[in-house]
Ligand binder design. Sequence first.
Ligand code: SF4
Length: 179
Amino acid sequence: MITLEKVRQRAEADAKTNGCYLNPDKEFLNDLFDGLKKNEERYGYPSCPCRLASGKFEFDRDIVCPCFYRDPDVQEFNACYCGLYVSKAIFDGKISLQPVPERRPQEKQARAFGVPNEAPAEKKPEKAKAAPTKTPPTTAMKLWYCKQCGYTCYREEPPYICPICKAKREMFAELPGKG
Ligand code: SF4
């Protein structure tokens, strides 16, 4: 079983190798480590604690921490999407953490959950049979919103950290009437 210490060591080693830093807010960092640990226990790999994983590695490989988007985000926005990895300027307290826009292409998540591509499709022949419907995720999906900033997401559980305002999971509430 993966331990929190192992998760921390891995992140520290990766930050050192790749010239970035871990968020200096220890409590915030621990929440993210806890999210990574739980995701690793659940899926077998440490998928991003701020994003919804499909549980299928071939679809989730880009969001296994550190995700494909970490380096460009730290370079452009001084932090990764979750705020786990930060630039030196943030680490030194010279600037503060800001919301980082989602760099992951929407199609990637859509593909993982079998959501049809919304790009205009070629016209189907009149008598074409209906395409087989994709199997929906087996989890009980719910709509969550962050009480601090209003960010919403549709997933089984709220994220460990709000990717927009960095509020903790406790700040998320379920929107009724969905799921
Ligand atoms: S956004 Fe940060 S915490 Fe999430 S997977 Fe990427 S590097 Fe890890």
